[in-house]
Design a binder for this molecule. Structure first.
Ligand SMILES: [Zn+2]
Length: 323
């Protein structure tokens, strides 16, 4: 069977605290399992567990490796999509830059491996079978522990000479005198409004000691939203701050990449009813799009977006064109 006509693939979506392994067929995840890991671990030590899980899932679904077009590997960092190497890891899986992942896939499964930044892979998934289906010009933002970004122009993922174009949406500066980000920049979207930055943002808010949030051991967006709904002033002020930051980041991405649709995903979208209309209204008022309004949509595929991006990624040639 010609490789490009195969409709099954293996997929791995690596995050700071998980490695989700899957067998996909077309736009469906037919089996998946999430391994709970820690980004402080060496990826070298996690790979045998990933390989075992992929073997178990293919056995379970009776899918032979030879039926698969390859392995798509989503990584939370900057990756060289041409040679399959990780270039920069932003404090997670710091040994990954030394690993030969395509070699690992060849030796373990006799399959080719394509690696991609996790947000870009999620965008591919949403375009293949989710919120951005039938669009060719897309920006995706994921709001969560960190903030991911990705862009597609005229049907091709934006990657750039050093593979970092579009995927640093979380590191666009939105506050000139803002917080120091773990990327080295100041006032990034991610430093101003992501889960990792949230506890510090709350603690620095005026009146924090009197806030109900001061009694909470872990402050995340779910907690923040609960306390805001109960009328806590600090929680409400921080929510509003975060909404403003995300909306400013969204306008920056729109001005940079000229999309028809903006897809927003990530854990924060559990509060989509509050997040989506705010960003929509802000964009309508402030984005310079003389041709009309950018459609703003919630991601449809949730945690499966990057997995469903596997087949479109594997079907691209190295130049990024569909084959
Ligand atoms: Zn940053």
């Amino acid at each position: 069977m010609a490789e490009t006509h195969k409709s099954k693939a293996l997929a791995v979506d690596l995050g700071g605290s998980h490695a989700t392994c899957a067998v996909v067929a077309g736009a469906s995840v037919i089996a998946s399992e999430t391994l709970h890991i820690n980004g402080a671990m060496k990826l070298f030590d996690v790979l045998p567990r990933i390989a075992n899980e992929l073997r178990r899932l293919t056995h379970l679904t009776e899918v032979g490796f030879s039926e698969c077009v390859g392995i798509a590997f989503g990584f939370p960092g900057i990756v060289n999509t041409q040679n399959g190497r990780v270039l920069s890891t932003n404090q997670k899986f710091v040994d990954a830059t030394e690993l030969d992942l395509p070699g690992w896939a060849r030796e373990s499964f006799n399959l080719k491996l394509r690696i991609e930044n996790d947000a870009r892979l999620a965008l591919l998934g949403e375009q293949f079978a989710g919120a951005a289906k039938n669009f060719t010009d897309i920006v995706m933002i994921t709001l969560g522990t960190g903030i991911g970004g990705a862009a597609m122009i005229e049907g091709r993922l934006v990657r750039g000479k050093h593979f970092q174009a579009g995927c640093l949406g979380g590191h666009l500066p939105v506050q000139l005198n803002g917080r120091k980000c773990n990327c080295g920049n100041i006032g990034c979207v991610e430093a101003e409004a992501s889960t990792w930055a949230l506890p510090q943002i709350c603690r620095e808010q005026k009146g924090f000691n009197e806030s109900s949030l001061a009694q909470v051991s872990i402050i995340d967006f779910a907690t923040l939203s609960e306390h805001a709904a109960e009328g806590d002033a600090v929680a409400n002020a921080v929510w509003q701050h975060c909404l403003n930051v995300w909306a400013a980041g969204a306008v920056a991405m729109i001005h940079a990449y000229d999309p028809e649709v903006l897809v927003i995903g990530g854990g924060v979208m559990k509060n989509a009813a509050r997040v989506l209309p705010f960003i929509q209204t802000h964009i309508k008022a402030h984005a310079w799009t003389m041709w009309g309004d950018v459609a703003v949509r919630a991601a449809h595929l949730g945690n499966h977006a990057a997995l469903i991006g596997a087949l479109p990624l594997l079907r691209e040639n190295v130049a990024g064109e569909k084959v």
